[in-house]
Design a protein around this ligand. Structure first.
Ligand code: SD4
Length: 299
């Protein structure tokens, strides 16, 4: 059995369909998630991630990505990379071809070019138009809300498969970060333990939404450790989100989402604010599920 999950409606659909297409061609889980996120990054019509997504306050795209292999706990990530897509593939190369976990900024870009990636201008005419509109009516706080609630600038994916040696899971994420962020700002998505975490012993988890709050909560690691304590994926996510609602007042103001996938293929998701759409594919055509926000008080 194989289960694949992907966040957010429009970009998640592109990602999960490409991941399943790779699966049908016999790809392993790491390659499936790479193919899914790469497809969404390379699609210029998706405002969410990669080519043509929403830039930073200087009008430049700075992309973050990460991947973690639950079998070995190996991980690779890049942050604040300009002019390269798909950055998820660069993150994978950091994981597989270097002794490091993360490369940052210009040096990550140079690593990518040395690995054969072609630098390109990621600001499409539509992206430039959106940036100009924002420049003429700046309101960073309002744009944060807009970016998270409407354009969803991240796709995070989780996958688990049954193998003769036991369940195997992988987590991966790609993002353009919060729209109109300060240059150099890095969120939770490329941070192992914040944006993603995977451990074959228990399962995997991912996050999306306001990265500063998710990072402070170590949201993905916290959720995986909840699985280790015997919680179901839904209970594990609820606990993380309730912790955030209790300890991090700012997490009530912006959507902060965690989702989890257990070794047995069970899954769940929870959000601090707003409905959260999650694509779910279980050996089959992916379908969209919606998770309502948790209230501040435990049930
Ligand atoms: C970030 N967590 O950079 C990302 C943004 C996001 O849907 O997930 N948006 O903070």
């Amino acid at each position: 059995m194989t289960t694949i999950l992907a966040t957010w409606n429009e970009p998640g659909k592109v990602a999960i369909e490409a991941a399943w297409a790779a699966r049908r061609r016999g790809a392993d889980l790491i390659s499936c998630l790479e193919a899914g996120l790469a497809a969404a990054e390379k699609d210029p019509t998706l405002v969410a991630i990669g080519l043509g997504s929403l830039p930073n306050a200087d009008g430049e795209l700075e992309l973050d990505a990460s991947m973690m292999d639950g079998r070995t706990l190996n991980a690779g990530a890049v942050c604040a990379v300009r002019g390269i897509v798909p950055v998820i593939s660069v993150a994978r190369r950091v994981m597989e071809r270097t002794p490091h976990v993360m490369l940052a900024g210009e040096q990550a870009r140079r690593f990518a070019i040395a690995e054969g990636f072609r630098p390109e201008n990621l600001m499409t005419p539509a992206a430039i138009e959106r940036y100009e509109a924002w420049r003429h009516d700046r309101s960073l706080e309002r744009e944060y809300v807009h970016a998270i609630e409407e354009s969803h600038d991240t796709v995070t994916m989780l996958a688990v498969e049954s193998t003769p040696e036991g369940p195997h899971c992988v987590a991966a994420s790609s993002t353009s970060g919060l729209a109109f962020k300060l240059p150099g700002r890095v969120g939770d998505s490329p941070i192992v333990g914040a944006g993603i975490y995977a451990d074959d012993e228990v399962g995997c988890a991912g996050a999306t939404g306001m990265g500063e709050e998710l990072w402070k909560a170590c949201a993905s690691f916290r959720t995986v450790e909840n699985l280790r304590r015997g919680y179901t994926p839904q209970e594990a996510c609820n606990d993380t989100v309730r912790h955030m609602l209790r300890r991090q007042p700012r997490s009530r103001e912006f959507p902060c989402v965690v989702f989890a996938l257990g070794r047995d293929g069970s899954y769940g998701a929870a959000s601090t604010l707003g409905d959260f759409p999650l694509w779910v594919g279980v050996d089959d055509v992916p379908r969209l599920e919606t998770y309502p926000a948790l209230s501040a008080e435990p049930a």
